[in-house]
Ligand binder design. Structure first.
Ligand code: FAD
Ligand code: SF4
Length: 501
């Protein structure tokens, strides 16, 4: 019996479960990596995402070779062809791989016609297994991130003093999320020059006919574990102190603020969630970083990231198709080309995604997601766009974030109310409105900010459904007080805008 291991592009860690299972038999275990061209033609991926994934795969394949594994690296039209010829050449009887995190990819693998058996090994990429998350949900009446996060803090003994949270509080959000009132100078993010392998991937992609999105250069992402660790170290040294305070702030030209930029690396397996959390906790104890920032960042990974994966696993297959508001509009064309919009917040956010594949959480949620939600775009079209556009996008993380959180298409499983907002919020948390052709204070008229008329139009279109959510009652009371002529003008302007797209 020969066991072979197939390593997927987001399972690039030497301690991943399939490699661990054959750690003592490296030389007798053929290992394969495959770049499938058919697969990347499925959607127009951001060019830097393709460069990042392929370059990271090629680097990891070299690392495994030098550790003594017997590695094959194939660039092929499709997975099946590449796998079967390798299976036959190596007389493989059991093809082992870590269970894919993305459900569509798992279904795809199960549909392959292979010349050997497949054995799926449960993944060790998340802190909570599917069974553990399920057990936690079974014991609860309500699924709240806050409860899950507290349980995670206790279970993994993170920022705890006995059974109490360090600092006497679980949450320091009151000190966080400050608006960018004064002029801010965030640290410069750590970038890397492409090495020979990365340059080769860039050249290959430039000469290919693969449909893509975004700019390919300058490419500054790290492509191996050593560079990912440098990004983490740089974040702790330069950004951690202010991370909490300006977590939600947006400033023109400042693409990354104090954010960590580690999602592409954790999602590929180049960093593990526990090592990130432990490094941050260690830095807190050694250097006395502000607890609001330390706790804020740990909450993102130990809380949100694990919670999103848990919910993704827990939901039925049709979760990604949910559409609670029955939104059917097409995504505005300018999402694919920032030069086509004159709304400054959208232009700035879209431009930076085109240039880097990155936007921080509030740009994703409160600018890009919020606008699509209040216009009434189909949640699946929004999800498709996010999947194409972002450097760190994978089905398991986008479905809950885009369908659940951003578009409220699950009707309230993930969020207790929709993340819908007018220009008020964007003006409070950014400097975008200052240089915009639209007037942030106007709801109707030529210069009215589209976030305003769409916000009130959204509330009025869905008021019956929103009434049931409780947390929307205050704002619905304001809608009720609105002059009926003004509401008509708002609705007509929203409809006219949609028709003009
Ligand atoms: P930081 O702000 O520095 O946070 C640290 C880490 O916490 C992140 O690297 C990430 O690993 C984790 N994290 C924080 N929030 C979340 C969350 N809601 N879900 C999962 N992990 C989280 N994240 C992705 O990894 N891929 C996506 O495709 C993605 N799409 C999103 C789409 C929408 C509409 C929204 C609202 C959020 C999305 N997120 C996604 C979550 C979050 O915005 C990104 O993880 C974060 O912006 C990545 O940048 P960072 O590493 O600088 O994060
Ligand atoms: Fe965006 Fe409206 Fe502000 Fe312009 S005025 S930046 S469109 S929120």
């Amino acid at each position: 019996m020969t066991i072979g291991i197939w390593i997927l592009g987001n399972q690039l860690h030497s301690e991943q479960a399939a490699l661990l299972s054959r750690k003592n038999n490296k030389q007798e275990t053929p290992v394969i990596f495959i770049e499938s061209l058919n697969y990347v033609r499925k959607r127009p991926y951001h060019q830097q995402k393709l460069v990042l994934v392929f370059s990271a795969m090629r680097h990891f394949a070299e690392e495994l070779s030098s550790e003594g594994w017997s590695v094959t690296y194939k660039i092929s039209e499709n997975f099946e062809q590449a796998l079967n010829s390798w299976i036959r050449a190596n007389q493989i009887t059991e093809l082992r791989l870590v269970t894919p995190y993305d459900r569509p990819f798992l279904t795809f693998i199960q549909s392959l016609n292979l010349d050997s058996n497949i054995k799926l090994i449960p993944n060790n990429h998340f802190l909570w297994s599917h069974q553990e998350f399920k057990q936690w949900t079974d014991s609860r009446k309500r699924l709240l991130l806050e409860d899950f996060y507290r349980e995670g803090r206790k279970r993994f003994n993170i920022l705890m003093e006995g059974d109490q949270p360090i600092g006497g509080q679980w949450n320091f959000d009151k000190q966080n999320r400050k608006p960018p009132k004064k002029s801010l100078t965030p640290p410069t993010p750590l970038g890397f020059e492409p090495d020979q392998i990365t340059q080769q991937v860039i050249n290959d992609l430039k000469s290919s006919q693969i449909p893509t999105y975004g700019q390919i250069e300058p490419f500054k992402w790290g492509i191996n574990r050593s560079q990912a660790l440098q990004v983490l170290e740089c974040f702790i040294e330069n950004n951690l102190d202010n991370f909490g305070a300006y977590q939600d702030a947006m400033v023109t030209g400042e693409y990354t603020m104090w954010h960590s930029l580690i999602s592409p690396y954790i999602n590929l397996g180049l960093l593990t969630p526990l090592e990130v959390i432990e490094s941050i906790e260690k830095a807190y104890h050694e250097f006395d970083y502000p607890l609001n920032s330390v706790e804020g960042l740990i909450r993102q990974i130990l809380g949100w990231r694990e919670y999103m994966y848990g919910i993704y696993q827990l939901m039925d297959d049709d979760y990604s198709q949910k559409n609670w508001f029955n939104h059917q509009e097409k995504l505005p064309e300018f999402y694919w080309d920032s030069s086509q919009t004159d709304m400054n917040c959208l232009k700035q956010s879209l431009r930076q995604v085109e240039e880097t594949g990155y936007g921080h959480h509030i740009q994703r949620l409160m600018v890009l997601g919020n606008f699509a939600l209040i216009v009434g775009v189909s949640p699946q079209a929004v999800n498709d766009w996010f999947h194409s556009a972002f450097i760190d996008a994978y089905d398991w993380v986008m479905v809950p974030n885009v369908i659940g959180m951003g578009q409220f298409a699950d009707g309230g499983i993930l969020a207790s109310k929709p993340y819908a907002a007018s220009a008020n919020y964007i003006n409070k948390m950014s400097d975008y409105c200052k240089s915009c052709v639209y007037k942030r204070t106007q709801r109707t008229g030529d210069k009215a900010c589209p976030f305003n008329f769409f916000y009130w139009d959204f509330l009025s279109r869905h008021q019956q459904q929103l009434k049931g959510l409780g947390r929307m009652n205050l704002i619905l009371a304001n809608l009720k007080k609105m002059d009926s002529e003004e509401l008509k003008a708002i609705q007509s302007q929203a409809q006219h805008w949609r028709e003009s797209q």
